[in-house]
Design a protein around this ligand. Structure first.
Ligand code: CS2
Ligand code: MN
Length: 353
């Protein structure tokens, strides 16, 4: 298991590269060019700038999260081919600087959704919270406003240029069925996977968060059955997964340990996070400790260990603790604690071998 840590770039993250380098066993960054709009080709000079900064701190840049997919690709519009060509060019450029994994998602319009970014837990720490009944009654416009007001920093998946056309997007998605979305995903994969293979980059799709449809928009990367279907759309080891235990874990019927055991050879990137699910389905992100939430993090790490997982892993989100001021879900302290929890399990399993 190669431990990596998400970093949003100079001036766009409260966590410094020096501090990341001081977390035990962290060898690389998970990064992206957050100011390049979805669908555009990534400029080489900006890629090299990140590489230089990482090199200076002895960290690699093997994992990119995310190269976002333009909505026209998800919608299956004729204009998609231009954006797919740009995507291919970006894959090629990232290969030139040694990138090994590209994470992306195929969620219509929104990336992750929460109703509260700083909900207080019983110990006074705060975390991302999802309240189902609020989502049912909320106007998506209000949600976008609320999230963009909460942070001066660029929020991945909530880029203003993408969300400024919200009404138009909803209009366009009106006739897109779940099966259409599958078709559009297949079309995209058939184009990009051969390019990724040629350049030895594993593509890892991120599951939908939460793993069920919201605002009447289809969502497909939500459970074991659909992951199986996804992997067979293009049956190639370069068509892989970013298995996010926190995203899939918001549905208690998803057994993530079992998924790791079943799909291990197609998991390029492991996202490890715990969530506590309440009886009514609401959920809050907790510490990584198994006993704190509803997701069996111990069993998940054990499953990766059993499978001899040599891919990349990162703590997904964390709580905001010790009065840290940070972007929602991405503080230094709780994610670093999460890493030590994972290593604790991993190292003790190694010892028992
Ligand atoms: C989230 C997402 O779970 C997560 O890691 O923070 O924003 C995720 O980065 C994207 O969905 C991946 O494309
Ligand atoms: Mn994730």
């Amino acid at each position: 298991m190669k431990m990596v840590f998400r970093w949003f770039g100079e001036g766009n993250d409260s966590v410094s590269l020096k501090h990341i380098g001081q977390i035990p066993g962290v060898e690389g960054l998970v990064w992206a060019l957050h100011d390049v709009p979805a669908g555009a080709e990534w400029p080489m000079d900006k890629i090299l700038e990140v590489k230089k900064q990482a090199d200076e701190h002895g960290l690699h840049i093997d994992v990119v999260e995310s190269v976002n997919v333009h909505e026209d690709i998800k919608l299956g519009l004729l204009s998609r081919d231009v954006y797919i060509e740009n995507y291919k060019k970006t894959i090629q450029k990232l290969a030139e600087v040694g990138v090994k994994v590209i994470c992306y998602n195929f969620m219509p319009v929104f990336d992750w959704i929460r109703t509260d970014l700083f909900k207080e837990l019983e110990d006074g720490s705060t975390a991302l919270f999802y309240e189902g009944s609020k989502i049912e009654n909320i106007d998506p416009m209000d949600l976008v406003k609320k999230i963009s007001e909460n942070s001066d920093l660029t929020m991945p998946g909530w880029e203003p240029e993408r969300l400024s056309h919200l009404t138009k997007l909803f209009e366009l998605y009106k006739d897109v069925t779940t099966e259409d979305l599958w078709d559009n995903l297949k079309y995209f994969l058939e184009e990009i996977i051969p390019v990724a293979e040629k350049h030895d980059i594993k593509m890892g799709i991120h599951p939908d968060d939460p793993p069920y449809p919201i605002f009447g928009l289809p969502r497909i990367m939500i459970n074991r059955e659909n992951i199986k279907r996804f992997l067979s759309l293009v049956d190639n080891p370069y068509n892989g997964l970013t298995l996010c235990s926190g995203s899939l874990g918001a549905n208690p019927t998803n057994d993530i340990g079992d998924m790791v055991r079943e799909f291990a050879d197609r998991i390029a990137f492991a996202h490890i996070r715990n969530v506590r699910i309440y009886e009514n389905g609401d959920f809050i992100e907790t510490s990584h400790r198994t006993l704190d939430g509803s997701v069996d993090i111990y069993d998940i790490v054990k499953a990766y260990h059993e499978k001899g997982f040599t891919g990349y892993a990162r703590p997904d989100h964390g709580r905001h603790i010790w009065d840290e001021e940070c972007r929602p879900g991405y503080g230094l302290y709780d994610r670093a604690l999460g890493i030590m929890y994972m290593w604790g399990i991993w190292d003790s399993l190694e010892r028992q071998k």
